[in-house]
Design a protein around this ligand. Sequence first.
Ligand code: DHB
Ligand code: MG
Length: 222
Amino acid sequence: MTEPTPDTWRRVDAYLTETLVGHDPDLERAVADQHAAGLPAIEVAPVNGKLLHLLARMSGARRVLEIGTLGAYSTIWMARGIPSDGRVITIEAEPENARIARLNLDRAGVGDKVDILLGRAADVLPTLAGSDAFDMVFIDADKESNTIYLDWAARLGRSGTVVVVDNIGRGGEVADPAAMRPDVIGTQRGLEMLGRDPRFDATALQTLDLKGYDGVAIALIV
Ligand code: DHB
Ligand code: MG
């Protein structure tokens, strides 16, 4: 038993990805085009994309809300996990990201299941009030706003909705009570809300994958 080094966990991540996720030309092309277009390489790792896909299927989700589209890599994974008459509503603040996302979604054959709403999520989310409840919510945008996004997830979901929050480990900084970085503080506030707010029941897992040391929170709206 050795302590994991970056070399170990990248090797294991590659092994798990090869063994359990495999290769998909549309997903790999989406990532390649997103990188070529200069978008940051912060899309979820393939093993986490598959986790989102499986959670959508396990929960029988028909309506999925995503906060933070980037190039739609995670969006494609989730859209493939819902029925053909299901819908993913994904919110993106950057027009160039949304443009790349639309190309990737259409090429992957899921474009007709996905609406990209352009704007800052804090402005767009209130416009969704009154729509049918979401069955799954994936929060993966500016970490400073995680409590706002969780509050909207609770309002726009229903009892039984699955809520996933990306990047809850932040290289270990999340456990630092003296953290100064706004993204770390926002992540901490979000986790504290998940632990305390009676609308949620939650856990979180630390992750080591090709993106490094981070984590994912998974919550149920009670
Ligand atoms: C960052 C954001 C993400 O959503 C992610 O998965 C990794 C990094 C970031 O802003 O640094
Ligand atoms: Mg993320």
